[in-house]
Design a protein around this ligand. Structure first.
Ligand SMILES: *Cc1c(COP(=O)(O)O)cnc(C)c1O
Length: 390
């Protein structure tokens, strides 16, 4: 008998979520109604920040965050190679250049040593970044306090890519609290911690950045008379102050997001319990398990292990194929961004960021999501053990 396929991630939609969406469908506004500000407020309250700006994806949120920080041609944005392409692409959307900082082999997040070395070299060469995008890989916050200190010393701004990390904590505060990053970005893609189908959000303590991101997600248009130039024709008047986009989230999505937000702590608690269970059940497996960090509580978007080819006699690719054949939807996070053909054409090449490349060569993401049952998790482990001890 064939057991059902277990994907690496999936959403958890409740009856209340469905009802929230249906309510919007029956209401007066499908977009630009009250659901978006209500969702923004729920996320802002969760993070303990005054401002949240919803967008139609985290990619869009990264884009308007860069624009609000005036990133443009000849400017430089740094991020890590061990991330989704959007963390780097946001700079390219603005015509800016991208460079990468290698990861720490153990935390899989940005290496503080590599960052400091690169900043020192950048200062010597007169080529410092305007923006750094540290990525909270798998839901675990980066060393944000140290990054903030470097931002002050070297004069760059920080956009924290917390696409994986809503509901996580760092130094006793929620990820996105605004203490260390200028702007924090969340993603609401269905595999992430909470979902709106597609969607993202930028949170910040800075009211000017929030107002500008709010305009940039809607064509660069304002309806505030105080911001308008020259004569105002009448109450219908709006002005386009700069070139923006249509990156708006719909009320349909926001209603789902707000409803999901009520369970964010529950989702993270369940993910944490499953991650603890993987840790316990794989402790003697010979696989490299995710490193725990005393400063932060991961939101556990991903549980990524390091495959052990020596022990199993199977390459990571063979293990991936065998697990898929057994109905276990393992995945790989991430192909180093600098090795993508587009970035290779910009001059990047293999060998430049050895920790990210070595990590990529071994990594496998195991299934992890709130509705994964212990029995399903046991199946994942049993299939892994079959490969490790044939
Ligand atoms: C998912 C993801 C994004 C992009 O999110 P979208 O909402 O799909 O645009 C950006 N950065 C990281 C690290 C991600 O995992």
């Amino acid at each position: 008998m064939h057991e059902p396929y277990i994907n690496y991630g999936r959403q958890d939609i409740s009856a209340a979520d469905v009802e929230a969406v249906v309510d919007v469908l029956r209401s007066d506004y499908l977009t630009q109604g009250p659901a978006v500000p209500a969702f923004e407020q729920a996320v802002a309250e969760h993070c303990g920040v005054p401002h949240a700006v919803a967008a139609n994806s985290a990619t869009s949120a990264l884009h308007i965050a860069c624009m609000a920080l005036d990133l443009g041609p000849h400017d430089l944005l740094w991020t890590v190679p061990n991330t989704f392409v959007a963390s780097a692409n946001c700079a390219r959307f603005c015509g800016a250049d991208v460079d990468f900082v290698d990861i720490d082999a153990h935390t899989r997040n940005i290496s503080l040593q590599a960052l400091r070395d690169k900043l020192d070299a950048g200062r010597r060469d007169g080529r410092l970044p305007k923006i750094l995008v540290p990525v909270a890989f798998a839901g675990q916050a980066c060393p944000m306090a140290e990054i903030r200190a470097l931002a002050e010393e070297f004069g760059f701004r920080v956009i924290e890519d917390a696409a994986h990390a809503i509901g996580g904590r760092y130094r006793g505060q929620p990820v996105g609290c605004g203490e260390w990053a200028d702007i924090t970005i969340f993603s609401f893609h269905p595999v992430k911690i909470i979902t709106t189908g597609e969607g993202g959000m930028a949170v910040t303590r800075n009211s000017q950045l929030a107002a500008r991101m709010g305009r940039l997600r809607s064509h660069g248009i304002t309806r505030e008379p105080g911001l308008m130039q020259g004569e105002i024709d009448g109450p219908w008047h709006y002005q386009m102050l700069e070139l923006g986009w249509n990156f708006r989230m719909t009320d349909i999505q926001a209603a789902l997001g707000r409803s999901q937000m009520q369970r964010v702590d529950e989702f993270v608690a369940r993910r944490t319990a499953l991650a603890d269970r993987y840790d316990a059940l794989l402790a003697d497996s010979g696989l490299a398990l995710p490193q725990r960090d005393t400063e932060s509580h991961s939101a556990w978007h991903l549980y990524a292990i390091g495959w052990n080819e020596e022990l199993s006699g199977l390459t990571r690719g063979e293990a991936y194929d065998r697990l898929h054949a057994a109905g276990i939807g393992v995945n790989v996070h991430y192909i180093p961004v600098h090795l993508q053909p587009y970035y290779r054409r910009l001059g990047f090449h293999p060998g430049q960021f050895p920790n990210a490349e070595a990590y990529y060569a071994r990594t496998l993401t195991l299934p992890l999501y709130p509705t994964l049952s212990c029995a399903q998790q046991d199946r994942v482990i049993a299939e892994l053990q079959k490969l490790l001890h044939p």
